[in-house]
Ligand binder design. Sequence first.
Ligand code: ZN
Length: 205
Amino acid sequence: MLSLLFWDVDTQVDFMDPAGKLYVPGAEKIIGRIQQLTSFAAEHGIPVIASVDAHLETDPEFRDYPPHCLVGTPGQKKVAGTLLCGHYVIPNRKIDLPANLASYPEIVVEKQATDVFTNPNVDKLLGCLGPDREIILYGVVTEICVEQAARGLCQRGYRVHLVRDAIQHLDVAKGSATIAEVGRHGGRLLTSDEVLSEVRASKVA
Ligand SMILES: [Zn+2]
């Protein structure tokens, strides 16, 4: 694993905190791992892409889910330790991305639906970061937003690895199906310790 990209899915207070508006049971247990992955990425110059829900009350998604991650509310914020200083936020409308985008330690991609690829800037963003990246994917919910990110990335030819102790499912069978699907595309299921030690080993080699 050489040219890596860490991809953080929706690690926001409304999903991760037991008091959140759409709490994913067990999600608080993976926060420490995600904080560790985030700071490790910064230390090693690995870019982080982080999708976030940035909802308005009128969003169609609220036909299927209770309101959550409303812009301007504490629940919409990423949990502490997962947002690096000097990050860049990409809104969900077509914009001109800065030429130096690859120099930002974390790039936040806003969305109002479960699929991050509904943001029209994501392909351009991936292009800015270069085509030869392996993607370390983690966050919530395994079988919904994580799966859609994985599928979109696999369709674009990226190899995606999931971090076993930094993802959280709602339904164990569906979560396992997501993991199996990633495996069929050549991705591995790694612990966060394995990710860290493989990066350290590749730096030494
Ligand atoms: Zn949402």
